[in-house]
Design a protein around this ligand. Structure first.
Ligand code: ZN
Length: 130
């Protein structure tokens, strides 16, 4: 799926789109892997509540400030984006049961945009265990 992002750094809830991909796959039981194809985005699972979303972004800025003397900034000027992506990871794996991703009440799946805004590609692979 393509995801259009609107800010340099933000979390975009893609849960409903992942649910559609799982439903369209026809798989009843198994696992789904949600993966990003970029080196400056990540996939994470957490709560879609504005306070914690803001806290997560603030934490990333504290841990990896922009332009803090990184080697990669000499050629591309976005080293902090790559480093934030390394901390969060590029994929999540979620169980599938009865044709739906198994998520807790407060769990949402997010694309973390770390060097936007851009159009991003997210891959959802659904494997059957039946
Ligand atoms: Zn770069």
């Amino acid at each position: 799926m393509q995801v259009r992002t609107g800010k340099r750094i933000e979390l975009i809830d893609i849960t409903s789109r992942v649910r559609e991909c799982v439903a369209d796959s026809g798989v009843r039981n198994g696992i789904c892997v949600i993966s990003t194809k970029h080196t400056t985005t990540s996939i994470i699972v957490n709560e879609n509540e504005s306070g914690i979303v803001s806290d997560i972004l603030d934490l990333l800025e504290k841990l990896v400030p922009v332009h803090a003397g990184y080697a990669h900034d000499r050629i591309d000027n976005n080293a902090d984006s790559h480093l934030k992506a390394v901390l969060l990871g590029s994929s999540e794996m979620i169980p599938v049961a009865d044709g739906r991703p198994v998520l807790g009440t407060w769990q949402s799946i997010f694309l973390a945009e770390l060097d936007g805004p851009r159009t991003r590609e997210v891959t959802v692979t659904v494997l059957s265990s039946d």
